[in-house]
Design a protein around this ligand. Structure first.
Ligand SMILES: Cc1ncc(COP(=O)(O)O)c(C=O)c1O
Length: 391
């Protein structure tokens, strides 16, 4: 069987062998409940607290500022709802149009509960304008939530500047750093709340954390036995937490090398793929995460492209399909002003620490032919306006 060339690492990553190795004892032998008093329980407790210290160190934080969760969706919900529920007077939240659904849907839910949410527009590269954000701040704004790096197009946000504006106005600042954590330096000093997820950096699925700056008050989403300092009840996922710490140690240990290699791959992809006629890069050329590159091809459905590449053993992802009325194009691509026709023909290529130069070569070898073949059978022609009402 053909070995898959996996270029969908912003969806999830393979667990690193070292991570699996570190987790196995907590399934096999050290399976105690970390709340139990016996030796097995205390072994698990020590492992969790060691992991908490290691993860805190990656952020220059103290261990008590790390709350383990079931992933970043929960961490985002805890940050946003948990803070909103502590507020008695203030009702206003600011976010952007390009956030992950874990933030967008949570903010929309707050709106349904009577809160007021401002969804900031972004520029053509996907960046929030700090001046616009400053102008949107109100006396009753209690939260700004803006992601560190975008999961679809990779664009980095001016987190430091946004954090400074929030600090000046006494507003809590949350950042979803799921794609940025372990890939680019994050100015944690500018942030009050930060979400991350293990499975995006070669750790296991189903474990994440929320960094909660000392003094930031949150109400829990999950009530029960009072785990995680009462901020997130539920028996701790010992193997997952240990695996997350190992994955973080690997990523931060390689911070000077792996992201650089990924950026080299990204540059090569951009240089080669934008040579294909009627193709564009989505997102910022340089102010970007190193591992994500997103392209649009005119007169092609992204889904068809992904399926054809899959037949060649190459796993990638897309936005949405042009001809299918119930498939919405990506909200991120629409927010950066990509014409509808091109938003439907998008391809996201995302690399991981296992990605090799040969794998990038393999994609670049088949992609132009696949694009040509799909255009030849497409009902839409390059430059065709039928699918391009906004062009
Ligand atoms: C930016 C961003 N936020 C949140 C999430 C959700 O993370 P999890 O899968 O851990 O719930 C993801 C993953 O798709 C993401 O890319």
């Amino acid at each position: 069987m053909l070995k898959t060339i996996y270029l969908d690492n912003s969806a999830t990553t393979p667990v690193a062998p070292e991570v699996l190795e570190a987790m196995l004892p907590y399934f096999r032998t050290d399976y105690g409940n970390a709340s139990s008093l016996h030796a097995l329980g205390q072994t698990a407790r020590r492992a969790i607290e060691r992991a908490r210290e290691e993860i805190a160190a990656t952020l220059g934080a103290s261990p008590g500022e790390i709350v383990f969760t079931s992933g970043a969706t929960e961490a985002d919900n805890l940050a946003i709802k948990g803070l909103a529920w502590t507020e008695k007077q203030k009702r206003h939240v600011i976010t952007s149009r390009v956030e992950h659904p874990a933030v967008l849907r949570t903010c929309e839910w707050l709106e349904s509960q009577g809160y007021d949410v401002t969804f900031l527009d972004v520029d053509a590269a996907g960046r929030v304008d700090p001046e616009e954000l400053a102008a949107a701040l109100r006396d009753d704004t209690f939260l700004v939530t803006i992601m560190a790096g975008n999961n679809e197009i990779g664009t980095l946000q001016p987190i430091e500047r946004i954090g400074a504006l929030c600090r000046e106005r006494g507003v809590t600042f949350h950042t979803d750093a799921v794609q940025a954590y372990g890939k680019v330096p994050i100015p944690v000093h500018a942030v009050d709340l930060l979400s991350a997820s293990a499975h995006k950096l070669h750790g296991p699925k189903g474990v994440g954390f929320l960094y909660v700056r000392d003094g930031t008050k949150l109400l829990p989403l999950v009530h029960g036995g009072g785990h995680e300092g009462g901020r997130r009840s539920g028996t701790e996922n010992t193997p997952g937490i240990v695996g997350f710490a190992k994955a973080a140690a690997l990523a931060f240990g390689e911070l000077a090398s792996t992201p650089k290699r990924m950026r080299g791959f990204r540059d090569r992809l951009i240089d080669a793929i934008t040579q294909i006629p009627s193709t564009r890069l989505n997102g910022h050329r340089t102010e970007s995460l190193p591992h994500i590159a997103n392209f649009s091809f005119q007169a092609i459905e992204g889904e068809s492209l992904v399926m054809r590449l899959d037949e060649h053993g190459i796993a990638t992802s897309t936005g949405s399909a042009c001809s299918s009325p119930d498939l919405e194009p990506s909200h991120v691509l629409l927010a950066i002003g990509v014409p509808l026709s091109m938003a439907h023909g998008s391809l996201r290529v995302s690399t991981g620490r296992q990605t090799t130069s040969e794998e990038i070569d393999a994609l670049l070898e088949v992609l132009p032919t696949v694009v040509e073949e799909l255009r030849a059978i497409s009902p839409f022609k390059v430059g065709d306006a039928r699918c391009t009402p906004t062009e």
